[in-house]
Write a protein that binds this ligand. Sequence first.
Ligand code: SAM
Length: 284
Amino acid sequence: MLENALYIVPTPIGNLSDITLRAVEVLKEATLIAAEDTRHSKILLDSLNIHGKKMLSCHDHNEQERVQKIIDEVRNGGSVALISDAGTPLINDPGYKLVTICVKENVMVIPLPGPCALITALEGSGLPTDKFMFLGFFPVKERELEESLKRLEHADYTAVFYESPRRITSTVAQIAAILPERKIAICRELTKTFESFYRLKASEAPAFLAASPDRIKGEFVVIIGSSENDQQDTVIDSKLTSALIELTKTAPLKQVVGVLSELCGVKKNTLYEYALKIKNRAEE
Ligand code: SAM
């Protein structure tokens, strides 16, 4: 028996076997299923052998107006499962307004873990996962896209975006132009037959995508490594470390970093941060 609550239920992003046992149980037992597109979700429910459920559409354009019906259902002793077309509701999908109002009105909200394109992509990207920022879809307007990419020039986190097949080519061209050295992962058709991870340097990506029309088909998550990650392959070896320590005994740090960065081809920022770390460690 379910609690009187709003359940947030993730559904597969491609592979139907990714639905969790708990999600199936909640969908079977809920007294009402609120779905972004009821016709689309009926296909999933049929495949799970769930028939004859009371359903209500709940999408971006009617969410506010559906809220009261959903709250009434819970208050009258029912349980509501919220699902979107694919993946986790609220993640670039409807549900945020509903949850906010339920929280305000003390209606219990029970979120279930499950399929989500951004997390699946991040897991397979090969880029750092310790600090990341999800930024939804890339801006559509060129100027805004440019600004959003420029903001990543010094980002110390991995950035995760959704993108449509219509814009993947132009967006990747912009990433290559603004962040050419950055490691990126273009994650395509996750959990589906043609799942692909293109892990490359941004400057190489436009030519790579142009080489085959299949590479720009399907659904995409684009992941951009942090500016620090660019430099992780740069060797700051023991000789360079000794030079840093010795030279900073007699010359200002900035000057030393400037000279050594020229000599060894290591970015100034990287060397400066490394020098600070050594200095701090020495003072501990
Ligand atoms: N709520 C969903 C989630 O949990 O990921 C996201 C919904 S958003 C409207 C749809 C976008 O998510 C797609 O345009 C694509 O960028 C990304 N996406 C969804 N499924 C995907 C998949 N199987 N492979 C790659 N990207 C996917």
